[in-house]
Design a protein around this ligand. Structure first.
Ligand code: FES
Length: 107
């Protein structure tokens, strides 16, 4: 099964299974990644699914939309150049092994 590895802010690594077509947020909430809140359910309205994409994977993700870009400015944790909303990262086979770092807070 393809996987995504989440790295918690304390350094703990948590690999989970991910299915093609679901978002990284959906995979995370389905498998109780507690650093992803996803309060808006994936509608790009809350920024509580904020992640920092591992640098090695950043260029392999599709460009962010204007809505995602604007929402990231309001994320609780600092916005960094590798910030993305995990609900906007649609998982595909070529993202098997994706590494996402969790911020220290989502609220
Ligand atoms: S789940 Fe709300 S913006 Fe991603």
């Amino acid at each position: 099964m393809p996987s995504i590895t989440f790295i918690h802010s304390d350094g703990r690594r948590q690999p989970i299974e991910a299915s093609e077509g679901e978002s990284a947020m959906q995979a995370a909430t389905r498998q109780d990644i507690n650093g992803i809140l996803a309060e808006c359910g994936g509608n790009a309205m809350c920024a509580t699914c904020h992640v920092y994409v591992d640098e090695a994977w950043l260029a392999r993700l599709p460009a962010m939309s204007d809505d995602e870009d604007a929402l990231l400015d309001g994320a609780a944790a600092d916005r960094l150049p590798n910030s993305r909303l995990s609900c906007q990262i649609k998982f595909a086979a070529d993202l098997d092994g994706l590494v996402l770092n969790l911020p220290d807070r989502q609220l």
